[in-house]
Design a protein around this ligand. Sequence first.
Ligand SMILES: [Zn+2]
Length: 303
Amino acid sequence: MEAVTAALSVGLDIGATKTLGLVLDPDGAILAEVREPTEPGAEGIVRSAARVFEALRVATGQPLEGTVGVGIPGLVEVERGAVKHAVNLGVNGDWLPLRDLLAERLGVPVVLENDVNAATLGAAALDDATDLVYVSIGTGLAAGLMLDGRLRRGEHGAAGEIGHVPVDPQGVVCQCGQRGCLETIASGSALAAAWPSGGVPPAQALFAAARSGDPAAIAARDRFSAGVASAIRVLSLAVDPASIVLGGGVAQLGDPLRMSVAQALLAQASSSPFLASLDLAGRLRVIPSDYPVAAVGAAYLGR
Ligand SMILES: [Zn+2]
């Protein structure tokens, strides 16, 4: 019985609105999955995580004594187990030693990672891949890099911050302070600004309107997809990954998103035999909308 317990792994994906936790069996199958609203602030985050962890213990009927992997938005210093700039979670100011706070509350070892990096591991697990770029299109735009089987975080944790590559000198000012960043074109917040939809998720509303032939929607969709394609082109020319996986809230669109971005990649390659030969469109995947990619990746972190 003890061997079975040790082989289970737990991952938590702490998001601004919800905390999703799951337990993986030794083969990577999901044994239990729980989600709870995330309370903001350090104490709230810890309380929410503890509630989810307890519910997982009950659901599996196991003590769950192994290391828990945790993904969270913001700047994460993995070695110190600390997080900063998780603004949507009410974590501002100094580094928050969240790993140790969680370990104390849950009574098990914890490893902390940025949520996009955690999702990159989850995407790799899904395809049994060792070399990929994970492009997260959520409120913002960021990428995770798994290169030759290793996560590339970068010296300052900034590897993959593709959303803040400026591409339009006439563009709007980005929240990072630069002008015309990719994130101002190719992100959930850019979609919401381009296509106000009053409660309906803007990505869904925009793609539906474009599908029905609305010329303004088609133009907005194509501008967005060209932005995502530009991000993919920059990433691919920098690290040439075996596959490119789209995830994040906007990727709930599924295959229509993949097709639209693939079309933009083909358009960008139409004048360049060099770019066309790289077949970026052919390397494109999208995360299935019901796959909890960051929590799965977090569980692998704990192994
Ligand atoms: Zn920026």
